[in-house]
Design a binder for this molecule. Structure first.
Ligand SMILES: NC(=O)c1ccc[n+]([C@@H]2O[C@H](COP(=O)([O-])OP(=O)(O)OC[C@H]3O[C@@H](n4cnc5c(N)ncnc54)[C@H](OP(=O)(O)O)[C@@H]3O)[C@@H](O)[C@H]2O)c1
Length: 432
């Protein structure tokens, strides 16, 4: 079991290495630096994260210790920092885990530093990218050959689990490790997996509603983490993505990624929950807004066709429009409710046009490998827009919380001392 103790006064005597001071390959120190969330600090991310020295976690038989070069920034640790919609620490402690703190971080690139007794797929010294899908290897659902993401033991590493990537070492399950694409820097390699694999499952994981050549697809938040991946995945499959954004500067960004058109959502005002269907005046105002948005989609696409897939995550404010404009027999696939959870839709359009509303959550191993291959082949760019220092972990989550973060994805340097490095040899040399 991992040791729950922590201290705020790291010292070399305790076996703690400074960031970027790389130990001999495979030598595991007693302590590590981590950006830690505690319940008493729940609130704005800028204040919730604090650097502490913690004991390095101990591995189980199917687990891997990864020396973290860089970590990715995702919305889930904005939620973890705020303690909503769930208190991740309390939830874990209820499950019997002892640590009264959260080490978040659900994206990482790094080097395999130690492996458990039953690990066979990676070796000490391998350069890896870590995906965030966790499940017990003996989960009954998984033993029955079903999708692990539908199993009862499924969790998201670095959000529902402790020991994520905002620390010098992270503890992961063996199957979470995929090969790091050699051409990428450490920070690029840490930036795409969570959003990329989530988008891949949403667009390729729900047959028969998968993206096919020529298909029009509406992508909400096209310049965001998920959206930037979705545009490229649709384009790589020969589909025609239309992105929605707020802000002129995001248009070009989306078009460069392969969007055939871009809609500025600030031109519309019909957002939010649907008015009651029997309120004719209110409803007609909403319908006018939704039809106007549909017309903007046709214009951006260059053709009067509705989206066969609507790639959803804003949730409450946008779902009524998504469900309305989705093509007959098409799918609204949704993985989040960033603006709220009480989604409304007009069921008349839903059943008469036989649409599908599909929930989707992260990805299984095959889907993580799917996006990793697209990145390795250069068909999907990680869209790394900004790299932060370890001390800026709270600051970059705050930017995300305030929707002031740059387009694409963000990363944090953990042990990598500066951007632009691709191997451990380069990291060691950079320190000297
Ligand atoms: N379930 C999963 O597996 C999973 C995986 C990844 C992410 N998520 C969740 O998905 C959500 C998005 O994640 P992300 O990494 O893409 O975040 P992100 O980089 O912040 O992008 C979200 C985008 O949503 C758009 N947006 C914000 N408010 C909006 C509104 N009121 N109406 C329409 N669009 C709005 C913004 O674009 P514009 O302002 O330009 O429109 C923003 O760029 C988060 O809630 C995250 O937790 C879930």
């Amino acid at each position: 079991m991992p040791q729950p103790s922590s201290s705020t006064a790291p010292s070399a005597k305790e076996g703690l290495y400074e960031l970027g001071d790389v130990p001999e390959l495979g030598r595991v120190p007693a302590k590590m630096l981590a950006q830690v969330i505690r319940a008493e600090r729940f609130g704005e991310p800028i204040d919730a994260f604090k650097q502490e020295a913690l004991d390095v976690p101990v591995l189980g038989a199917h687990e891997v210790l990864v020396y973290v070069m860089a970590a990715g920034v995702n919305y889930n640790n904005v939620w973890a920092a705020m303690g909503i919609p769930i208190d991740v620490i309390k939830t874990r402690m209820k499950r019997g885990e002892p640590e009264a703190f959260h080490v978040g971080g659900s994206d990482a690139s790094g080097v395999v530093w130690a492996i458990g007794a039953d690990v066979t797929n990676v070796e000490v010294g391998d350069d890896v990218v870590v995906h965030c899908g966790m499940w017990d290897h003996d989960d009954p659902n998984i033993l029955a050959g079903k999708d692990p993401m539908l199993g009862p033991t499924q969790k998201i590493w670095g959000y529902e689990s402790n020991w994520g990537s905002f620390a010098q070492y992270t503890k992961v399950q063996d199957h979470q490790c995929v090969p790091k694409p050699e051409r990428l820097t450490w920070e690029e390699a840490a930036s795409y997996m969570l959003v990329g694999a989530t988008a891949y499952r949403m667009l390729h994981g729900w047959p028969p509603n998968i993206v096919n050549p020529g298909d029009p697809v509406l992508v909400w938040g096209g310049a965001g983490g998920l959206g930037s991946m979705a545009i490229q995945i649709v384009a790589a499959a020969g589909g025609r993505p239309v992105a929605v954004v707020s802000g002129d500067s995001k248009n070009e960004f989306c078009k460069k990624l392969g969007a055939v058109g871009v809609i500025d959502r600030r031109k519309f005002e019909h957002w939010g929950k649907l008015p009651r269907w029997s309120d004719e005046l209110e409803y007609s105002v909403w319908l006018k807004g939704a039809r106007g948005f549909g017309a903007a989609f046709w214009e951006a696409l260059g053709e009067k066709r509705n989206p066969t897939i609507v790639f959803e995550h804003p949730g409450e404010t946008t779902l009524p429009t998504s469900a309305f404009m989705c093509d007959t027999g098409g799918m609204v696939v949704i993985c989040a409710g960033t603006t709220g959870y009480n989604a409304t839709l007009d069921l008349r359009y839903h059943w008469m046009r036989q649409k599908r509303l599909q929930g989707s959550h992260f990805a299984n191993d095959d889907q993580a490998i799917g996006i990793n291959n697209l990145v390795a082949e250069g068909k999907v760019d990680p869209c790394l827009s900004r790299t932060f220092t370890f001390a800026e972990t709270g600051a970059c989550h705050q930017l995300m919380r305030d929707n002031k973060h740059p387009s694409g994805n963000m990363a944090i340097l953990v042990n990598a001392p500066r951007p632009g490095l691709r191997t451990i040899a380069e990291v060691r040399a950079a320190k000297i």
